[in-house]
Design a protein around this ligand. Structure first.
Ligand code: ZN
Length: 393
């Protein structure tokens, strides 16, 4: 039954053809769990809550940071430091006080996934890392629930609904092996335009609403969005599920228990810590800490060369005084012009990864009488340990 004051609230959508009172009651009696209350999760949750979904689950282990506010629209300045799941739940309650919300501040893991996701009708994948994507897909296939998966990076996004009845594919049917880890980066590394996550997140909410109300055509497809493309949307029809898929197929190779799978290893192991990795594996004479580098800059600034290997657009945001910008690709393609100098060369980048690659490519070209060091931890560490007024982005 619909409450009397819900008629005016939902009237605009109830008068739609094929939606009606029945559609609204279906939403009210349904439940959706959103994994990740970030750039995709926030807009998805916002529209699901406003549309009158009966119960929403929110799973996110992170806390709100200032760098989230550019796109994660349920969070605000006053909530920096608060768990994202809780911050999102509070914002949604203000939109729709009748909502039932279960906010979970734990990370989804192979041990808790079935338990956390089973109570819901539909699962939204609003995460941004490969291990969680496979875990979500395998769990959704195992408990036979539709999985609405979104992804966004830079100016681009993707949308796909997996496990559609009767025989839609799962994520593993499409991508049996994970991409090489060098090819996947985070939004922190690659950048993201906030409105792009908004487009994809809204469409995830739309997919869920269509499935619940019976308006979905159940034809599996992969939607590709490019904000700068013309046209900006492309849709690719997908085949039905693979009989041989270990997650959703019916072969003997099928997975048993999901909690026996090591998803991090499957996706290439944990993300390396660039600051410490070089230290332990490289020659210590090839590297310099930001504190020592700061002293070198003070004592003999005129006698050294600082090469900043970030892309020009990042160099334009902020740079060390006197540093020259030679983007990594340019430097590795042609390191010779920078080796004619008798000066000491210090290579710096944002986080301390690219500078190691650049420094070693310089050393490979000329091994004798050259002093090249990469600055450990990059400009991020520079701000942390030497100059707190240097911008962090
Ligand atoms: Zn499959």
């Amino acid at each position: 039954m619909l409450a009397l004051d819900d008629y005016p609230r939902y009237g605009r959508q109830m008068i739609l053809d094929r939606f009606g009172l029945q559609g609204q009651l279906k939403l009210q009696n349904s439940s959706v769990v959103v994994v990740g209350a970030g750039g995709l999760g926030c807009p998805a949750l916002q529209y699901l809550a406003a549309a009158g979904i009966g119960k929403l689950g929110i799973i996110d282990p992170d806390v709100v940071e200032v760098s989230n506010l550019q796109r994660q629209i349920l969070h605000d300045e006053a909530k920096v430091g608060m768990p994202k799941a809780e911050s999102a739940a509070r914002a949604l309650k203000q939109i729709n006080s009748r909502l039932v919300i279960d906010a979970v501040c734990d990370a989804l893991s192979p041990d808790n996934a079935v338990k956390l996701l089973s109570p819901y009708d539909i699962i939204l994948d609003c995460t941004d890392n490969a291990p969680t994507r496979y875990l979500l897909s395998d769990t959704a296939a195992f408990i036979r629930k539709p999985l609405v998966s979104g992804a966004a990076q830079k100016f681009e996004g993707q949308l796909c609904t997996y496990n559609l009845e009767p025989d839609g594919p799962c994520y593993r049917c499409l991508f049996p092996t994970p991409p090489a880890r060098e090819l996947v980066g985070t939004c922190e590394e690659n950048g993201i335009l906030g409105a792009v996550t908004g487009v994809i997140g809204n469409m995830q909410a739309l997919e869920a609403i269509k499935i619940i109300t019976g308006l979905h055509d159940k034809k599996p497809s992969l939607l590709l969005f490019s904000a700068l493309g013309s046209p900006p949307f492309r849709s690719i029809k997908l085949r039905s599920r693979k009989a041989t898929c270990p997650a959703c197929g019916n072969s003997d190779e099928k997975f048993g228990e999901i909690n026996k799978i090591d998803y991090v290893q499957f996706c290439g192991g944990p993300t390396p810590d660039w600051e410490s990795r070089g230290l332990s594996l490289g020659n210590p004479d090839h590297r310099i800490s930001v504190r020592d580098f700061g002293r070198v800059c003070e004592e003999k600034r005129e006698a050294i060369t600082i090469i900043d290997v970030r892309p020009p657009v990042e160099f334009g945001i902020c740079a060390l005084p006197g540093s020259i910008n030679v983007p990594l690709r340019e430097l590795t393609a042609n390191p010779h012009p920078y080796l004619s100098t008798p000066r000491e060369i210090y290579v710096v980048c944002r986080l301390g990864n690219d500078s190691q690659i650049a420094a070693s490519s310089l050393r490979e070209v000329r091994t004798e009488d050259i002093k090249v060091k990469d600055v450990i931890g990059g400009l991020r560490a520079w701000t942390r340990h030497v100059d707190p007024t240097f911008p962090v982005y």
